[in-house]
Ligand binder design. Structure first.
Ligand code: LLP
Length: 424
């Protein structure tokens, strides 16, 4: 048997003509469950997590998987079993963690717009920390906690004003962004927090953006965060933990983000040099734990060669894979079975009635209708942002573990879509 690895895709390899995820033949899986179909590799997720764990070896750290990247219960369970906590941004995400067997006291709650109901829910189950993003939110959280006879554990999310050099929609740590409390106001906000009856200051937090592929923004943010911790502690407010957020990028198109273990060794060296090596740390990685652990399998419905462009119409669309339409994102597309014929250049598009419904521009593929393709790096922010646009049911999800595969979400039926509707 001939095997051929796919660079940057640890769980994928061709064995003779067929693409496998771990020991599972993806062609057979697609025939069994239909397409479009998301397939995730458990080993790839654990390998990504392991890089973080190696980077933090011997340190006090809680890795909180930012589950917005992929909130499937079956995926959450993998991280629960590996000892992770969770970064959530809604009451719904909290319910998912609990439903998958996660512990409330390992949950941290981020987001600029937490509602009173969500605060109450989270205080009720006893989450580890609220990452608070504004002074008003702080006041409301204190009020809600006092009504419950509690004190809410809090970090203030700092906006360190560093440029993560990524897509503007996923930059979050610049001055003009809606996230976090501006650097200059942070000390004042901590003083306010310390004086509020329903607040217990626990830590400090930042998150500068997503799909970050350079280490400089991280190094800058760490220095700025430590400056703040020094100032806050000098004002008599102890900071028990420092949370550096998520954001580490993955390889979509030959991107070369620093490996997690190397990045953290560097950041820890800064912490050591400045005397913070013993501090409890937290991080909130999402994409880098699951992005390259997933693929979306899709069937070629029709080929439509044209004068200007050749269209390859597949059965996955922008409702399944919104990243190209939203961020002009690049996802590699490869065949599930290799062919010997010469490739041609195709616009790979979905069936949705919009020109924005494209999956890949100018892709060299040797395809015919009925062929199956894999859209790579689809483990993060694909299914979690999927919609029912054009009344398309959302795709099923399968978790691969060695030679086993488990259906962790069945295909959404039309009954699921119309369940909550009624005719007047
Ligand atoms: N922590 C906070 C507070 C966040 O807002 C995010 C992501 C993360 C952690 C995890 O970041 P990651 O490690 O995944 O980069 N839909 C976009 C990405 C949006 C990211 C939003 N926040 C995309 O498809 O590229």
């Amino acid at each position: 048997m001939m095997t051929q690895d796919l660079p940057g895709q640890p769980h994928l390899a061709y064995r003779d003509q067929d693409l496998f995820s771990e020991d599972v033949n993806l062609h057979e899986l697609a025939r069994q469950h239909g397409t479009p179909l998301f397939v995730y590799s458990k080993a790839a997720m654990l390998a990504a997590l392991d890089a973080y764990q190696r980077g933090f070896a011997g340190r006090k750290v809680q890795i909180c998987y930012a589950m917005k990247a992929n909130p499937a219960l079956g995926v959450i369970q993998v991280f629960v079993q590996a000892g992770c906590g969770f970064d959530i941004v809604s009451g719904g995400e909290m319910q998912r963690v609990l439903a998958a067997g996660g512990r409330a006291d390992k949950i941290i709650f981020s987001g600029v717009g937490k509602t009173r109901a969500e605060m109450k829910q989270a205080l009720d189950v006893g989450i580890a920390c609220f990452n608070v993003e504004s002074e008003e939110e702080l006041e409301v959280l204190s009020e809600v906690a006092v009504q419950m006879g509690l004190r809410a554990p809090v970090s203030i999310r700092v906006n360190p004003n560093v440029d993560p050099k990524t897509h503007p929609y996923i930059s979050t740590g610049l001055k003009d962004s809606k996230f976090g409390v501006a650097h200059e106001r942070v000390l004042r906000t901590y003083q306010r927090a310390a004086a509020l009856p329903g607040i217990s200051v626990k830590g400090i937090d930042c998150h500068i953006g997503s799909q970050i592929t350079q280490e400089a923004p991280y190094l800058d943010a760490v220095e700025r965060m430590l400056d703040l911790v020094q100032a806050i502690e000098a004002a008599g407010i102890p900071i028990a933990h420092i949370d550096f957020g998520g954001g580490l990028g993955i390889n979509y198109k030959g991107d070369t983000p620093p490996p997690a273990d190397q990045l953290w060794q560097k950041l820890l060296a800064i912490l050591d040099a400045r005397g913070f090596g013993e501090r409890q740390l937290m991080i909130e990685p999402g994409r880098s734990l699951v992005g390259n652990a997933g693929v979306c399998l899709t069937e070629v419905l029709y080929l439509k060669p044209g004068e200007q462009k050749n269209f390859c119409i597949v059965d996955a669309a922008m409702n399944d894979l919104p990243r190209p339409a939203m961020y002009q994102a690049y996802h590699q597309i490869v065949p599930l079975q290799t062919r010997t014929q010469a490739p041609e250049i195709w616009e790979v598009v979905g069936p949705i009635c919009e020109s924005g419904d494209w999956i890949g521009h100018d892709r060299a593929l040797a395809v015919k209708s009925g062929d199956l393709l894999a859209v790579l790096s689809a483990g993060a922010y694909c299914m979690s942002m999927a919609s029912n646009y054009n009344s398309r049911g959302r795709a099923p999800e399968v978790l691969v573990d060695g030679s086993q595969s488990h259906l962790i979400r069945r295909r959404e039926a039309i009954e699921d879509q119309i369940r909550n509707e009624s005719l007047p």
